[in-house]
Design a protein around this ligand. Sequence first.
Ligand SMILES: C[S@@+](CC[C@H](N)C(=O)[O-])C[C@H]1O[C@@H](n2cnc3c(N)ncnc32)[C@H](O)[C@@H]1O
Length: 358
Amino acid sequence: MFKYIGSKRVFIPTLGTLAQQSEAKSAVDLFTGTTRVAQEFKRQGLVTTACDIATYSHVLAQTYVATDSAEINEDELRTALQKLNELPGDPGYFTETFCQRSRFFQPKNGARIDAIRNQIETEYKESQLYPLLLTSLMEAADRVDSTIGVQMAYLKQWAPRSYNDLEMRMPVLTPGKGQAVLGDAMQVIDELPPTELLYLDPPYNQHRYYTNYHIWETLVRWDEPEVYGVACKRVDAKEAETKSVFNYKRTMKDAFFDLLTRAKAGLVVISYNNESWISAAQMRDHLLEIGCESVVSLGFEHTRYVGAKTGIHSPTGQKVGSVSHTKNMEWVFVAGSRAQVSATVRGFEENVLREFSG
Ligand SMILES: C[S@@+](CC[C@H](N)C(=O)[O-])C[C@H]1O[C@@H](n2cnc3c(N)ncnc32)[C@H](O)[C@@H]1O
């Protein structure tokens, strides 16, 4: 699974335990990103819906959440991957844009990405393997990129892993039912049926996923967009439709509270960041205001994303600053009926920061 800012990788077991103890049968992960959390809910037996505004995330959700591993012919998938792995390189848009105009990938891998992506489009567009093959290609590309985990910049010197040969591997699928929804959370929230557990992990700052992961967006859409700047970002990144209300201090809090008010959920679990534009007290007050009987906040210390450790880099990958701290306190709010909240947080007494009742 690829490098992603704000990914809840270290929290998966915790979130899985919370979901299991909640005894919810259905879940929505509204800002699913890598889909890691949604996958865990699915493994815990919840019928899970994974939503995101990013097209690449939707492909991951189609693969890891909507696809039931029991319904996939593994031999057919293995054969398709083998054939794609054997294709000779055929340099095109991807190589020119991301290996020559910029240096995100070595040209030998760029040429293979071009060839494989074209073949997926011509041979598998109507196949149920389509999202699985795209996922495998994104993950293969991620393993040989030359970045620190975001695509706003590439490294000045090639990353050692970028010399490796691109290799498509089998995605590890999960059995069970699920759904993938592509769209803006502000609209999707009204279209979704009621859910027993709603998990929310929105962007809490100005860092846009659309520009930080523009290469995945282009690789999935395969639309050869015009690009700009050293990082060759998509020109449509400048348009309003690609911007999220959650990336602006002016709009974030009201949008998020509006979303919570409109949500049709029994239990709400929110991954909360202490550097957020919403204070913990505001979050608690709003959850109580919208009728949650009980709100518990749990605290976990964790390490900040990789960029924080390696410092701040210019668009050409030069180190231009350092980050003062690498530890972050991550909070999880659990809100709902008194009985369900207390069952959900059982065993996490040491992590309980505050408990409130309406
Ligand atoms: C903090 S990340 C989620 C990380 C995820 N929990 C994981 O473990 O990978 C936030 C996600 O919200 C998505 N996003 C941003 N604005 C959105 C919007 N308006 N509607 C839906 N998704 C949005 C981004 O594309 C990003 O994937």
